[in-house]
Ligand binder design. Sequence first.
Ligand SMILES: C[S@@+](CC[C@H](N)C(=O)[O-])C[C@H]1O[C@@H](n2cnc3c(N)ncnc32)[C@H](O)[C@@H]1O
Length: 229
Amino acid sequence: MDKGYVRSLFDSIAYRYDLLNHLLSGGIDFYWRRRAIEHLKNLQPKRILDVATGTADFAIAALRLRPGEVIGVDIAEEMLKAGRAKVKKKGLDSLITLQTGEAEKLQFEVGRFDAAIVAFGARNFENLEQGLSEMHRVLRAGGKIVVLEFSRPSHFPFRQLYFFYFRRILPSVGRIVSKSNHAYTYLPDTVMKFPDGDDFLEVLAKTGFSNLLQQRLTFGIATVYAGVK
Ligand SMILES: C[S@@+](CC[C@H](N)C(=O)[O-])C[C@H]1O[C@@H](n2cnc3c(N)ncnc32)[C@H](O)[C@@H]1O
């Protein structure tokens, strides 16, 4: 998806992003982020990069691992502003730093991080393979990537219910609350097109990761993917 379009879309909904997330997912996204972070427990990473950090919810979830630092990067300045305010309010600003940055061109040196994570962001990358390759580059050898992303349930009736929700309910609620006409039709569009399951693991393998795994959450509405450099 075009970066300029994605940036202005998230900038325009930033002030309502947390509220909308909560409304549209019923809070289950917090549970998903926690499950995703569990994949890093054994690694005990000290330096974590959260790509497409938005308002920093995944960066905050990563603090359960007791890292020394979490850096979050995002292209949308308004999302970062909302994230910084939240991080400061929670007294976490000595642990979490939020910076402007593009997934496809990360401003960090090779091997800088023990873990690189991204939640509901990979789907928006302008170039998925380039973004994942960059995450690979900035990891140390033995470092781990964790990706949390929407996926498509494969079984009846969850598949049917999911498509109904994504195509009918979510765009209407999203439009009313975000006051944006296209933001919440964009979301289901990207979810329908994005590679999930084994297809996503193939992209991870292609960008250099091994020891791959996937864990489907909540009937496959979301999936955690992990791999090692
Ligand atoms: C749906 S939000 C997810 C935010 C957060 N990770 C979470 O779990 O709530 C997607 C974020 O990806 C960011 N984004 C999209 N494309 C990006 C790119 N190429 N590089 C960095 N951030 C990007 C958007 O600006 C937006 O803040």
